[in-house]
Design a protein around this ligand. Structure first.
Ligand code: AGP
Length: 603
C-alpha cells in the first residue's frame, strides 16, 4: 500500500508534506513525490524513485501553502520516476492508494492510450476525472467514482482551485483533521499525530474538502455531512525510535508493556472480562465452531490459537488465509464465530473475508491494533490490542498482543462454556501474566541471538521445526527470518521433515528446533538427532531444566520453565531476535525490507 498526505494552511506546505511522507514511508517506499501550488497558484510536481530522503535533496525554490504527497508501493508499472505519484492529467493532480481494477476498459473508453505517460492505473483515474471536470470538483469526483471498480484513496488538486484539496475513499484508508497548523489529510495517523490528537476517518463514498481555513465533508449528492471526531490513543514518541537503532528492536522491547496494556484492563477478580469491550458472553456460548481468518503474522497467531483452543473448547477451530477464504465457499453460518485478526485493520484480503463472513450470518469479532480502522468499524465486535503504533514492517509486538488477546478469548470461552472451572480460568490467566517476565528475560539476554546468527547469515536455507504448539510457533519464526534477512526459511512439523524435505538437510544447514511441549519432547529430540546425523547446524530451543546429550545441539537456548501452553511468548522473542540480528548481520534495511509494505491494502 502507499502513503498519502495532503496539507492546506499558513505553514510551508512542502516541509509538512516531506516530513509527513517520512512518517508514512513504512507504508511503501519504492518512490515518493509531492505536488504543490506556489504563491502564484501554479502547480509544481516533484517525484523520484527511492526513499523520501532522495526527494528532500531536490531543489524546490517555491513557497507553498497547499499540496499533496505520496510514497509508493508499486502495483501497476515498474519502479521509476514516471510511475511515481503525483500524476498530472490536464487540470488535475492526483495521488492514489489502492487498485483500479477496470483501468484497461476506462483507458479504451476514454481513448487515453496516446495521453498516458505512465503504466499506472492511477494516471488513468486522473485523466477520467479531468474529462468530467467542468469547474465543479464534487460533481467531477462523483462521476469518476461511479465509473471505478476497485479500491481507492484519492487526494486531488484542480489547477483553477488553488489552496483546495479534495479526498475520497473506498476501502483504502484516509483520515483528516483541521488543526492549529491548518487542514491535513493522510492515509494514517502517523502523519497527523505531530499536529493533533483529534481526527476523523473519512467515511467511504463521502467527499472531503480541505482549505487553509477549514475542512468540509459532503455526501455524494453534495449535501453537507458531519464527521465523527475520534481521539488519538497514543503519542508521537510511540511512533519514534527513541534511541533504538531500529523500530523493530524498539518494538521487540515494547512487548512486555504491550501485553500488560492489552491484558490487565481486561482482568476482573482474576478472570478475563470483556465488559468494557462490549463483547457479550453469548457470542462465545452460542457458537458451534470458530473460524479464524487473517494474513501473514496475524494468521500465524491464529494457528497458535487453534492449537490452544481446540483442546480446551472441544469444538472445531479452523484457520484460513484471508486471500483464500474470501474466494472460497466456506462452511460458516450463524452458528460460527469468525475471529478476524489484523494489526492495521486495513488489510484488504482480511477486510473482504470479514465482509464475506457477515454476509453468511456469522458473528464477527475483530482483534485490531489501530483504533477506528476499517476492519474495526465493520466488525460486529472489536477487541483492540494496545501495542501502540507498530512501524517496522516486520510484525513483532502486534503478534504477541494478538496472541494475548486470543489467549484471553480462549480462557473466557472455556469459562462460560463450562470447559474451565473458575479456578482453572484464574490459573490460566495467572500463567498468561507469568509469560511477561519470561519475555523480559529473553529480551535481557538478547546477545545470545546476536552471536548465533553469524552461522545463519552464510546460509541460503534454514529450517524451523517443532510439534504441536512448537510447530505453530515455528511458522512465525520462518516468516520473520525470510522477510527481513532474505534467507529462505521453511517451518516444518518435526515429524514431517523426513517425508522428503530432509533431503535438503546437508552439512551446515541450520535447523532451528523448538522443543517446549512436554508430551512430544522426546519425539522432537529424535527428529533433532535425525537432522544432526546429516550434519545440520542445530539451534535448539527448550525449557531451562531440559538436559540434552552432548553434541546434539550446536547452540542450546533455554527459556524459563513455563506451562507448555505459554512458551510461545518467550519463544517469539527469541525468533524475532534471530531474524533481527540476521538482518543486521547482512546489513539490510531491517525496518523497511525490500518489496514489502506495512499493511497490504491492495490485492
Ligand atoms: C509480518 O511481519 C508482516 N508484517 C505481515 O505478514 C502482516 O502480518 C500481514 O500483512 C497482516 O497485516 P495486518 O495484521 O495489518 O492485517
Amino acid at each position: 500500500m502507499c502513503g498519502i498526505i495532503g496539507y492546506s494552511g499558513p505553514l510551508e506546505a512542502k516541509n509538512i508534506l516531506l516530513e509527513g511522507l517520512s512518517q508514512l514511508e513504512y507504508r511503501g517506499y519504492d518512490s515518493a513525490g509531492i505536488a504543490y501550488f506556489d504563491t502564484a497558484s501554479t502547480v509544481h510536481v516533484v517525484k523520484k524513485t527511492g526513499k523520501v530522503a532522495r526527494l528532500k535533496e531536490v531543489s524546490m525554490p517555491h513557497h507553498s501553502h497547499c499540496g499533496i504527497g505520496h510514497t509508493r508501493w508499486a502495483t501497476h508499472g515498474g519502479v521509476d520516476d514516471i510511475n511515481a505519484h503525483p500524476h498530472r492529467a490536464g487540470r488535475v493532480t492526483l495521488i492514489h492508494n489502492g487498485i483500479i481494477e477496470n483501468y484497461h476498459s476506462l483507458t479504451q473508453e476514454f481513448s487515453l492510450e496516446d495521453r498516458l505517460v505512465s503504466q499506472t492505473d492511477s494516471e488513468v483515474a486522473a485523466w477520467v476525472l479531468d474529462s468530467f471536470y467542468d469547474g465543479d470538483p464534487k460533481s467531477a469526483i462523483k462521476q469518476l467514482v461511479e465509473r471505478l471498480e476497485g479500491s481507492y484513496g484519492f487526494c486531488v488538486m484542480f489547477d483553477d482551485r488553488p489552496g483546495e484539496i479534495y479526498g475520497i475513499r473506498s476501502v483504502s484508508p484516509l483520515v483528516a483533521a483541521y488543526t492549529h497548523s491548518g487542514a491535513l489529510i493522510a492515509s494514517d495517523l502517523t502523519a497527523l499525530i505531530p499536529y493533533t490528537r483529534n481526527y476523523f476517518v473519512v467515511p467511504e463514498n463521502h467527499i472531503v474538502k480541505l482549505t487553509g481555513y477549514k475542512i468540509s465533508l459532503y455526501h455524494m449528492d453534495g449535501s453537507p455531512a458531519v464527521p465523527e471526531t475520534l481521539e488519538v490513543n497514543w503519542n508521537m514518541d510511540a511512533a519514534m525510535k527513541n534511541g533504538f537503532p531500529h523500530f523493530m528492536l524498539k518494538e521487540i522491547h515494547e512487548q512486555p508493556e504491550a501485553l500488560k496494556n492489552t491484558i490487565l484492563p481486561r482482568v476482573v477478580r482474576g478472570l478475563p472480562d470483556f465488559t468494557d469491550d462490549q463483547i457479550p458472553d453469548d457470542l462465545f456460548t452460542a457458537c458451534a465452531q470458530v473460524h479464524v481468518v487473517a494474513c501473514g503474522t496475524a494468521m500465524h497467531a491464529g494457528i497458535v490459537a487453534k492449537s490452544l483452543m481446540e483442546p480446551a473448547l472441544r469444538i472445531p477451530v479452523t484457520v484460513s488465509i484471508a486471500s483464500e477464504f474470501r474466494y472460497e465457499d466456506p462452511l460458516i453460518d450463524e452458528k460460527t464465530l469468525v475471529i478476524i485478526i489484523s494489526q492495521s485493520g486495513e488489510t484488504i484480503d482480511t477486510l473482504a473475508a470479514l465482509r464475506l463472513a457477515k454476509s453468511r450470518g456469522s458473528k464477527t469479532l475483530a482483534i485490531v491494533n489501530v483504533k477506528g480502522s476499517t476492519i474495526a468499524r465493520e466488525s460486529h465486535h472489536i477487541l483492540y490490542t494496545h501495542a501502540g503504533p507498530e512501524i517496522a514492517v516486520a510484525s513483532t509486538k502486534a503478534y504477541s498482543v494478538q496472541l494475548a488477546a486470543l489467549y484471553m478469548i480462549s480462557c473466557r470461552m472455556a469459562l462460560v462454556r463450562g470447559n474451565f472451572s473458575r479456578d482453572q480460568a484464574v490459573s490460566f490467566l495467572t500463567k498468561l501474566l507469568d509469560a511477561i517476565p519470561a519475555m523480559e528475560a529473553m529480551i535481557a539476554q538478547k546477545d545470545v541471538e546476536k552471536e548465533l546468527v553469524t552461522h545463519l547469515i552464510q546460509q541460503h536455507d534454514t529450517f524451523f521445526m517443532g510439534r504441536g504448539l512448537d510447530y505453530a510457533f515455528s511458522l512465525e519464526g520462518a516468516l520473520k527470518l525470510k522477510e527481513i534477512s532474505y534467507i529462505h526459511a521453511e517451518a516444518y512439523a518435526a515429524g514431517e521433515l523426513k517425508h522428503g524435505t530432509i533431503a535438503l538437510v546437508a552439512p551446515g544447514v541450520p535447523v532451528i528446533a523448538i522443543a517446549t511441549q512436554e508430551h512430544v519432547f522426546s519425539k522432537t529430540i529424535s527428529n533433532v538427532r535425525e537432522v544432526k546425523a546429516r550434519g545440520a547446524f542445530v539451534i535448539l530451543l527448550t525449557k531451562e531444566h531440559k538436559d540434552i546429550e552432548d553434541g546434539l545441539a550446536d547452540i542450546h537456548i533455554r527459556i524459563p520453565d513455563l506451562d507448555d501452553r505459554f512458551t510461545v511468548f518467550p519463544i517469539a522473542v527469541i525468533l524475532q531476535l534471530i531474524a533481527y540480528y540476521a538482518s543486521i548481520g547482512k546489513n539490510l534495511d531491517v525496518d523497511q525490507p525490500r518489496n514489502l509494505a506495512k499493511s497490504v491494502t491492495v490485492e
